[in-house]
Design a protein around this ligand. Sequence first.
Ligand code: PLP
Length: 483
Amino acid sequence: MIKKREQIVFKYSEEGKKGYSLPPLDVEKKSYIPENLLKDENKGMPEISELEVVRHFTALSHMNYSVDEGFYPLGSCTMKYNPKINEKISSFDNFLMAHPYLPYSLVQGNLKLMKTLEDRLKDLTGFDYFTLFPSAGAHGELAGMMMIRKRLELDGNSRKIVLIPDSAHGTNPASSHFAGYAVKEIPSGEKGYLEAETVKEYLNEDVAALMMTNPNTLGVYEKDIKEIAELLHKNGSYLYMDGANFNALMGYVKPAEIGVDVLHLNLHKTFSTPHGGGGPGAGPVGVVEKFRDVLPVPVIRKKDGVYYTDFNIPRSIGKIRSFYGNFGVLIKALVYIMELGAEGLKKATEFAVLNANYIREKLKDTYELPYNTKTLHEVVFSENSFKKFGVKTVDLAKRILDYGFHPPTVYFPLIVHGALMIEPTETESKTTLDDFIDVMKKIHKEAEENPELLKEAPHYTPVKRLNEVLAAKKPKLKYKEEE
Ligand SMILES: *Cc1c(COP(=O)(O)O)cnc(C)c1O
């Protein structure tokens, strides 16, 4: 691979170079900026031509990896391709220009859109109510756990502990803690899912809830979930399901029907907004009837054919988000659901599961698979097959960059040593998956024959192996000629 162009804009700077040409001034020169705020000179600023500016920023944009550029098998993140038309619809002027302070009468369409999305999510999950306001998965978890806490307190039975299996997502314990609970970890079984027998041992009158990621971070369906829900309910506890991985279940499982009380979804994974990059997200929360009076305000309602936002819910956990949440994300989710329809969503699930199992099948003889069961939407390999060559998971991941793919999620979940967590998603073709599988096999061979190659990788990216801690703590923001 040829090294990319030197990206420092200062290199092209020469005194007097300009990026514009204007006719000479034929009126009196006058500044509207107060004198004391003006700089004497643009000292230190690069002086470059228009073409150089264009090239510089175009080149920078190419240094970003994205799902539009290549395969993004980042496990747990569902980095799938999202149709461009959904972006386009979400940026229609009528949506973009709606000011959050407009009266209901002028945003009836937007409120109807939100209500319709709630209804579709209820159809898909079986819950009685949804709130669309949380801005992320973790934010949904917090809202959900606050509702559980409020419900228990109102019932005169506040409890202290939330049980969380070791195969849950890392945000689960954090959210429970934020909601004021002590977290107790509970071990999942050898087969990769939590067994009802284990739950029995941990239940007591202090347990407020069990928070379960399903499918869990191994990509394994929690087979005992129904039985676990019954045990919890008998104990006066609730079952929270982290449904961020819902693209493995859509059209097949309605969580409310298997005993789940509270659930969040990640619209910015399953429903047409990319996860990652810190962009806006939405983590709607679905609840069963029992939680009706503690829902966050406002609740969108319809009366006499008019939509409005109802703030009059005395036992509500309160407001958890300003205005209408991340409305653009809600638009994309509804468009996606309507485009695909019930059959299409089911097909998306089938392809997500098929693709993950295809990778599992093709790589399981090369890489060690600690939980060798059929997976749903993602598959997790360990470092055990290449550790013996002195190669670590991070080395392998860096080498993947040299072949033009984004690496999988590494070192997570923690129950797998040196984990490589791969989520292909439903949008990748067999050809792409085959390319990726070939690369993974090739790299494994390199690890055996030439481990140094991996330990020094990446070799072909704009920057080489970084000291990631130092890079975060002391970012190099200045260009120095001598370097
Ligand atoms: C991504 C994810 C979350 C957290 O979602 P954020 O929007 O990043 O806060 C929670 N649980 C699971 C299983 C996830 O995959």
